[in-house]
Ligand binder design. Structure first.
Ligand SMILES: NC(=O)c1ccc[n+]([C@@H]2O[C@H](COP(=O)([O-])OP(=O)(O)OC[C@H]3O[C@@H](n4cnc5c(N)ncnc54)[C@H](OP(=O)(O)O)[C@@H]3O)[C@@H](O)[C@H]2O)c1
Length: 248
């Protein structure tokens, strides 16, 4: 089975490519480096021909609701149109637990993506997960101010991207399922503390400053809006297990 992975170089996409191979299928990785820009959509139909499913793991890092909505809206429409033209029967998308309740900043783009996918006349599956363990590493690239690391105050129950990747591939290998039950990690964590633990495990001395972000999305990040509801399915790997695997 040929499975296209959009956003194949990202934190999730890399693991999805591995999981596709691990499941005995053939991955077709898409990123700008591979010559396909999902925003222009140029050349997309040709890449998608013969595929059984597309897993969309693309993203754009931004705190602007306008930029995020434009990115996820454009990419999702381009992918769905190209899938229709190439005869791909199954689109698999990932969103974030609580994004619909926050509906601001980056999360507004996820709501736009969810709406477009759920209105799609062809086959689709959509799963919402919590933040990945890798989110701690992604934050390091965004909030460095001199000797300090600025991290938003945020409650999260992070999940291993490798487990999410395997779930996405299991979904992509079967019939379209529509909205799937959410998937979360095994334990609630304080995000600033995750960043501190990651820095310590990688022998970096950088003071972490926890900052409450303004507005509704800032308070939503702090008040548990992004946490899973009771009874949500949980992955197995804890952040500390992930960290010791990653750092040896
Ligand atoms: N990170 C989390 O904690 C988390 C939690 C839950 C859900 N999610 C969702 O999981 C998905 C993946 O997130 P991520 O954090 O793994 O993303 P990421 O690490 O930022 O990777 C983004 C990917 O998108 C690709 N991309 C960006 N713009 C592109 C363009 N114009 N054309 C082609 N490819 C483009 C990038 O490739 P190039 O730059 O190489 O082109 C990269 O492969 C997103 O839908 C996100 O909302 C993330």
């Amino acid at each position: 089975m040929k499975i296209v992975v959009a956003g194949a170089t990202g934190a999730l996409g890399r693991q999805v490519v591995d999981a596709v191979r691990g499941a005995g299928h053939e991955p077709v990785p898409i990123s700008r480096g591979s010559g396909v820009d999902l925003v222009t959509g140029k050349g997309l139909v040709d890449v998608l021909r013969g595929a059984s499913a597309v897993i969309d793991a693309s993203s754009r890092s931004t705190t602007s609701a306008r930029v995020s909505t434009r990115f996820f809206g454009t990419v999702t429409r381009n992918l769905l149109a190209a899938e229709r033209a190439a005869g791909v029967p199954h689109h698999v998308a990932i969103s974030i637990v609580g994004a619909r309740e926050l509906d601001a900043s980056y999360y507004a783009g996820k709501v736009a993506q969810e709406d477009i996918v759920q209105a799609h006349a062809g086959g689709w599956s959509l799963i919402r997960t919590t933040q990945f363990h890798e989110f701690a590493v992604q934050l390091l690239g965004r909030g460095r101010v001199g000797p300090f690391q600025v991290v938003p105050s945020m409650r999260s129950q992070p999940v291993a991207a490798s487990e999410v990747a395997r779930e996405l591939v299991a979904i992509a290998s079967g019939e379209p399922r529509g909205l799937e039950p959410d998937l979360a990690g095994p334990r609630e964590e304080d995000v600033a503390d995750l960043v501190r633990r990651y820095l310590a495990a990688t022998s970096r001395t950088r003071a972490v400053i926890e900052v409450p972000l303004p507005g509704g999305w800032g308070s939503g990040m702090r008040d548990g809006t992004l946490l899973p509801g009771p009874g949500t399915r949980q992955g197995r790997q804890t952040f500390d297990e992930w960290l010791s695997r990653r750092t040896g």
